[in-house]
Design a protein around this ligand. Sequence first.
Ligand code: DC
Length: 229
Amino acid sequence: MQKKKINIAVDGFSSCGKSTIAKGLAKELGYTYIDSGAMYRAMALYAIQHGLINDSEIDETALQKHISEIKISFKNNSNGGQDTYLNGENVENEIRTLKVANGASRISTLGFVRKALVHQQQEMGKEKGVVMDGRDIGTVVFPDAEMKLFLTSSPEIRAQRRYQEMILKGEGALYEDVLANVIERDQRDSTRAESPLLKADDAIELDNSETGIEEQLNWALQMFNKITS
Ligand code: DC
């Protein structure tokens, strides 16, 4: 008999391995992986491209006016992964820069942005069979998700991982800058008034500072089997 489909929420701070575990689970289970952070990043890229955000301000009125024109979607790519599209254009590489990450962190504090994206995310999870990672998935997007994980690891380890990723991609970066960025975003993500990063009461916390990917994934699969048996 086929197991009933559930939704899986994976939350946590930036660069703590959420996407690795969420993608791994989706692959093993034949579920759809959704990177909710990519949606905030694509929204920030739109704002940057249209001059609606600078170092000190966001033109909230203009962004709100145009929000219904901002279409964000995902498509499978030839490497077995997924690319993010903004109004039909593949923006997967552009949204991974530090500039866009900072813009996303600022834009994600706006209530009307969150409302629009949460609505789209909830639509994506209607049929179940979704693994979504982010900051508010277990608390706001899918409060009824049958399985919720909350990942943590130290800022230094997370900065090291992000730094390594950037170097591998050939993006120049200084470790100190990446660490400062991680700490700044942690602070903003967890203290903002709108849906701050919070562990849902029924989420299972996993500190992966010392745990390998395979070990985490096996552990999460065991948990999935328990929940769905
Ligand atoms: O996970 P990420 O680094 O790609 O997320 C980019 C930014 O978007 C991050 O600073 C916090 C925000 N975000 C959010 O507020 N809620 C989510 N569900 C996902 C991301």
